[in-house]
Write a protein that binds this ligand. Structure first.
Ligand code: ATP
Length: 444
């Protein structure tokens, strides 16, 4: 029997009261067992531009890739549509589900849209036009915004680098209550697993980061370098609430895939994610609320940069910058408002070159070692202690020793974006598609 490779993308299948696209994806995976499906990849959890305003949480979309008997392909979209209706109860103004299906190659236009969605704001009209011109089977409701994430997820095959996340879900009827993830079990899991997992505990505070705090069905999520590792790690985690289901995702989390573009200040636009190179133009200052602000300048223009209070000790690094330092700012662009101009919200700071800062002081007395005073214009210096005078000595210039290192500085893990490449992953690359899947990668 001939099988077809089918790829489905989906996004925005959530509501603020406890639904989420990845959870919905796990329900479809379960449902697909009714057909003879051969999985060629783990479900992909693709994070998109973290700075767009419409996201509910971490701007994640999902792609599923599998082989299926060719005559079943036409029934997939209607089945998914029915499942969405059952899943997203009621009408929420911010829920605009989108699902797309490919049973052939993903067109080049979709691939470009997918790359754009990692760092820019993509207009809905562009997604709709691509769907029309390429005749892409789809389902959408509301304003159709979910189609952007759906297309972007399918076209991203994570060939440069990827990581994994095991997501455990609680039952929907448990979503009002506390999850009760056991801190000690997570800390000890993190120690046992070492660098096979990442971003599960914030080392600066020892706080656990795998437990969300909203009313969504995610009980916890463990991130790591391979499917086997996240499964092993998750089995070491204890929680008060039960796991109702679980699934392993392949993901661009922790890869820094959104931060590939260097943009000049004059080309920055609201909500863009970009690397901006410049020299520090103003001394950093701490403003009310505990945010630290400084200005950078490139060849032509200036822009304010901000590290906010939740970024904790990262602000202390920022405060050590001096006028003239050369930096690459990793940032999201915050639009201008009545109170401030376009601003770069710092996601990371790469110090490229430290300015040579020197202090100038009066010479030391050759007789008694005390600092001298000017004896008047053109008259050299005199010592107020021993009275020694010297017409030929000059002011002393000393280079300031800087207590700031060149290289990349990041906020603590708790303040990092899902996509941020944490320091623990610098130099790590998991390229290509997995050649086979572990035998059990979801609960149903
Ligand atoms: P959840 O974690 O529950 O899936 P979320 O944080 O991913 O929530 P969504 O509710 O999915 O947020 O909303 C994000 C919306 O923004 C989606 O409709 C998605 O298609 C759209 N979107 C994502 N990236 C971009 C982009 N770069 N430009 C424009 N729209 C985008």
């Amino acid at each position: 029997m001939s099988k077809k490779l089918v790829q489905i993308g989906m996004d925005d299948i959530d509501n603020p009261d406890g639904r989420c696209t990845t959870h919905f994806a796990s329900i479809i995976v379960e449902r697909l067992k009714e057909w003879t499906v051969e999985w060629v990849d783990y479900p992909n959890l693709i994070r998109l531009n973290p700075n767009i305003p419409y996201r509910t949480r971490g701007n994640g979309a999902v792609a599923l890739r599998f082989l299926i008997d060719h005559y079943d392909v036409d029934s997939i979209i209607p089945t998914v549509e029915g499942l969405i209706h059952d899943y997203v109860e009621g009408e929420y103004p911010n829920t605009n589900p989108g699902v797309v299906l490919f049973d052939d190659e993903v067109p080049k236009q979709v691939q470009s849209l997918s790359r754009l969605a990692l760092w820019r704001v993509v207009p809905i009209e562009l997604a709709r036009r691509i769907i029309r011109t390429n005749n892409i089977p789809h389902y959408t409701s509301g304003n159709g915004r979910g189609l952007i994430g759906a297309l972007s997820a399918v076209a991203n095959t994570l060939h440069e680098d990827h990581t994994y996340e095991y997501i455990a879900y609680r039952a929907l009827e448990d979503c009002e209550d506390k999850r009760g993830v056991d801190t000690v079990s997570v800390q000890s899991m993190d120690k046992t697993m070492g660098n096979r997992v990442f971003s599960n505990v914030d080392i600066s505070t020892n706080r656990i980061m795998i437990e969300p705090h909203g009313k969504d069905p995610v009980l916890f999520g463990v991130r790591g370098e391979a499917a086997e590792y996240v499964i092993e790690a998750a089995n070491l985690v204890k929680s008060k609430q039960d796991r109702d289901r679980w699934m392993v995702f392949r993901s661009n989390q922790g890869t820094g895939e959104h931060l590939k573009h260097r943009v000049e200040i004059r080309n920055l636009r609201p909500y863009m994610t970009a690397i901006v190179a410049g020299r520090v133009e103003s001394k950093p200052r701490m403003i009310e609320g505990g945010h630290s602000i400084f200005t950078i300048k490139d060849d032509k223009d200036k822009i304010d940069c901000a590290a906010y209070e939740p970024s904790g000790e990262f602000r202390n690094i920022v405060m050590k910058l001096k006028v003239g330092d050369l930096v690459n700012v990793h940032a999201g662009v915050r639009p201008a408002s009545r109170r401030h101009s376009l601003t770069l919200n710092l996601e990371g700071l790469e110090v490229v070159e430290l300015a040579n800062i020197s202090e100038v002081s009066n010479p030391i007395c050759a007789q008694c070692g005390k600092r001298m005073k000017s004896a008047g214009r053109g008259k050299g210096y005199k010592c107020t202690k021993c009275g020694h005078r010297d017409k030929d000595v000059r002011k002393i210039e000393t280079s300031l020793v800087r207590d700031l290192l060149t290289g990349l500085h990041l906020p603590p893990a708790k303040a990092q974006r899902h996509l941020t490449r944490p320091l623990a992953r610098i130099g790590k690359v998991n390229g290509g598609m997995p050649s086979s899947l572990v035998s059990k990668w979801h609960s149903h």
